[in-house]
Write a protein that binds this ligand. Structure first.
Ligand code: NAD
Ligand code: UDP
Length: 318
């Protein structure tokens, strides 16, 4: 159990999920070091958090060995490009971050006797042949396609995490996060939610990739953060799915955003992405049973909050 005021290292802490995680930890009274190279984020993203005494930002690429940071009880390892646009732009960096970065983060956790949590992804299931996806499904991943740089980096990171656990007894946990959205996503990160909201607010057509019948299950970021911390504070190794089991087609997400923004925007079909998973929905019974966790924010409420944040201009600033 990680007690209040203990030191937590969050790699990738300046990114979308990481900044919310740092904020929650600081509110709970922890000292937090955010280690980030700003490969896919901006230092301004955590500017607000710097007013907390217990918050330190360290510009550092996780593929290089970690400096000494003193006693650390928990390492939350998020550093990795996450949006398809980012990892397709940074293919080799993404593979090296998953491999070398995870190796360095695990070595650091082992040295400090800290618990280590890897934020893996539903992408390890690829274009799934089983539905909904349970943690014991091994996936259907194209190992040489453009998305493989992310999928295989995360699959390797999972394997390395388990090897560390078996060989060195490192205290580890693996979370498989499903699509998460909310305030502080970069307007230009290319993911569905920031794209659709920015387009709707600008009165431009919403770009639907392919048929729009492919599905996703969208989890509001506060729920994802609660799930990650519940896993971090448990003794479970996992992997554990963290996501919202409400599944819906992409065209319906676009419709919902058009309704909530009241936009006059139409929709425009664009070519589908290569190897775009056709269906994605988590089975979260393991998290419910073992962590007592399930998401609580409805899609409508989560979208309202996210739209309000983008409408206030914060998305453009980020
Ligand atoms: P993000 O791109 O907003 O944040 C990732 C952060 O990692 C950025 O601040 C980036 O600068 C940093 N980073 C990347 N490479 C680094 C390196 N080599 N050294 C140091 N820092 C580096 O992405 P996010 O959506 O916040 O995702 C965070 C984590 O959660 C990722 O590991 C991602 O794979 C995982 N995840 C996210 C989602 C989602 O829907 N948001 C879904 C599944 C998994
Ligand atoms: N997508 C879309 N229009 C966009 C961006 C994405 O239709 O402007 C689709 C994308 O092809 C995928 C889904 O929305 O089917 C979710 O994409 P995202 O990039 O958010 O995350 P992914 O789940 O693919 O990692």
């Amino acid at each position: 159990m990680v007690a209040e005021s203990e030191h937590v290292l969050v790699t990738g802490g300046a990114g979308f999920v990481g900044s919310h995680l740092c904020e929650r930890l600081l509110r709970e009274g922890h000292r937090v070091t955010c280690m980030d190279s700003f490969a896919t984020s901006d230092p301004d993203g955590v500017a607000e958090l710097r007013r907390h005494n217990g918050f330190t930002v360290l510009e550092h690429d996780v593929t290089r060995s970690f400096p000494d940071l003193g006693d650390t009880r928990l390492v939350l390892h998020l550093a990795s490009a996450a949006s398809p646009r980012d990892y397709l732009r940074l293919p080799i960096e993404t593979l090296e971050t998953g491999a070398l970065g995870t190796r360095n983060a695990l070595a650091f956790a082992q040295r400090h006797g800290a618990r280590f949590l890897l934020t893996s992804t539903s992408e390890v299931y690829g274009d799934p042949l089983e539905h909904p996806q349970r943690e014991d499904y091994w996936g259907n991943v194209n190992p040489v396609g453009p998305r493989s740089v992310y999928d295989e980096a995360k699959r390797y990171a999972e394997a390395l995490t388990m090897a560390h656990h078996r060989q060195h007894g490192t205290d580890v946990a693996i979370a498989r996060i499903f699509n998460t959205y909310g305030p502080r996503m970069r307007a230009d990160d290319g993911r569905m939610i920031p794209n659709f909201i920015s387009q709707a607010l600008a009165g431009e057509p919403l770009t639907i990739a392919g048929s729009g019948n492919q599905t996703r299950s969208l989890c509001y970021v506060d729920d994802t953060v609660s799930g990650l911390l519940a896993l971090a504070r448990s003794t479970l190794t996992g992997p554990v799915n963290i996501g919202n089991p409400r599944e819906l087609p992409v065209w319906q997400v676009a419709d919902e955003i058009r309704t909530l923004t009241g936009t006059a925007s139409t929709v425009r079909q664009i070519p589908g992405a290569v190897d775009d998973p056709r269906r994605r929905c988590p089975d979260i019974s393991l998290a419910q049973r073992e962590l007592g966790w399930r998401p609580g924010v409805t899609l409508r409420e989560g979208l309202r909050r996210t739209i309000a944040w983008f409408a206030a201009g914060s998305g453009a600033a980020a």
